[in-house]
Write a protein that binds this ligand. Structure first.
Ligand SMILES: [Zn+2]
Length: 274
C-alpha cells in the first residue's frame, strides 16, 4: 500500500531524528518480519550500531549502519514506522521496536504482518532488479519510450511492475493514467510518442504532488509522527467507488480488474482506442 510518495515521506521525516543515533536494543513481537539473517543474528548485529544514512529505492527503505551493513525495510500493505518516546504505550499492532539512544523508539506497526526486514552486507540481491526511479534524472521520456517498445502488457500492469519502473503501485498508476488520459488496458507498445511524453510528465507530476502532501492515508499509512498524509484528497480517480463522477467530464468512474488489481478510470477521458 505505501508507494513511492509515502515511503519518501517516511524517509524524509525519519532522517533528522535517527541519523547519528545508536541502536541500543531490538524487541521483536513478530519474528516473521525478519527475512535475513536469523532472528538472533539480526538482533545482535543491530545492537550498538549507529545509523549513518537513510535512503529510499522504489518502495524500500535502506538504513546504513556503521558496520557497513544495511537494514532494509519493506512496509508491504499496511506497515508504518513510528517515532515514539520510550514511555509511550505500544499499540497491539506494533511488531518490532528499535530502541535508540535518547529514549526514542522506532516502532514498526503492521496490522497485517506482511512487512519484511533484512540485514545485509550487499543490498543488490534485494533491490538490484528494480526499474528506474521515476523522479531521478535518469528517467527521461526517451527511457520510458524504450521500455514500452514491444510491450504487450496493459499499461496499468506495467506501471505497477517494480522491474519496469520502481515505486509506483495501484493508486499512483491510476492517477498518472487518468492525468495522461490513457486507458489502463492499452498495451505499452500502443502509445504514440506524444502520449509517452505526456505519461512521463504526469507520472512525475502525480508523484511530486503526493510527496508535497506527505503521502496518501487511505488505509494504514501514518507518517513517523503519527499524523496522516493528505495526498488522497487530491485523487481524481484512485480509490473512488465506481459510480462517483469524473471531476473533469462528469461521467461515472468505472472500476475494472487488471491482472488482479482494482483499477479506476474514466471511460470518456481515457478512451480504449484501437
Ligand atoms: Zn472524464
Amino acid at each position: 500500500m505505501p508507494e513511492l510518495p509515502e515511503v519518501e515521506t517516511i524517509k524524509n521525516e525519519l532522517q533528522p531524528h535517527i541519523i547519528g543515533h545508536r541502536i541500543t536494543g531490538v524487541t521483536l513481537f513478530w519474528e516473521g518480519l525478519v527475512r535475513q539473517p536469523s532472528v538472533e543474528e539480526f538482533c545482535t548485529r543491530l545492537i550498538g550500531q549507529r545509523l549513518t544514512e537513510v535512503a529510499r529505492r522504489g518502495k524500500y527503505l535502506i538504513f546504513s549502519l556503521t558496520s557497513g551493513k544495511a537494514l532494509i525495510i519493506h512496509l508491504k500493505m499496511t506497515g508504518s514506522l513510528l517515532l515514539k518516546s520510550a514511555l509511550a504505550e505500544p499499540d497491539k499492532f506494533i511488531r518490532a521496536i528499535l530502541h535508540l539512544d535518547g529514549e526514542t523508539q522506532l516502532r514498526f506497526r503492521d496490522p497485517r504482518k506482511l512487512g519484511v526486514m533484512w540485514l545485509v552486507e550487499d543490498a543488490s540481491p534485494i533491490i538490484g532488479k528494480l526499474g528506474p526511479e521515476p523522479l531521478e534524472a535518469e528517467f527521461t521520456p526517451q527511457i520510458l519510450a524504450q521500455r514500452l517498445t514491444n510491450r504487450t502488457a496493459p499499461l496499468k500492469a506495467l506501471l505497477c511492475d517494480q522491474g519496469f519502473i520502481a515505486g509506483i503501485g495501484n493508486m499512483y498508476a491510476d492517477e498518472a493514467l487518468f492525468a495522461a488520459r490513457i486507458h489502463p488496458l492499452r498495451s505499452g507498445k500502443s502509445l504514440y510518442p506524444d502520449e509517452v511524453k505526456c505519461l512521463h510528465s504526469t507520472i512525475q507530476r502525480v508523484l511530486w504532488s503526493a510527496i508535497k502532501n506527505k503521502g496518501a492515508s487511505v488505509e494504514n499509512y501514518f507518517r513517523p509522527n503519527g499524523e496522516l498524509g493528505t495526498a488522497h484528497f487530491q485523487f481524481q480517480v484512485a480509490h473512488r467507488l465506481s459510480g462517483k463522477l469524473c471531476p473533469v467530464c462528469g461521467t461515472p468512474i468505472e472500476r475494472i480488474v487488471v491482472r488482479n488489481r482494482g483499477t479506476y478510470f474514466c471511460p470518456k477521458c481515457q478512451p480504449q482506442g484501437e
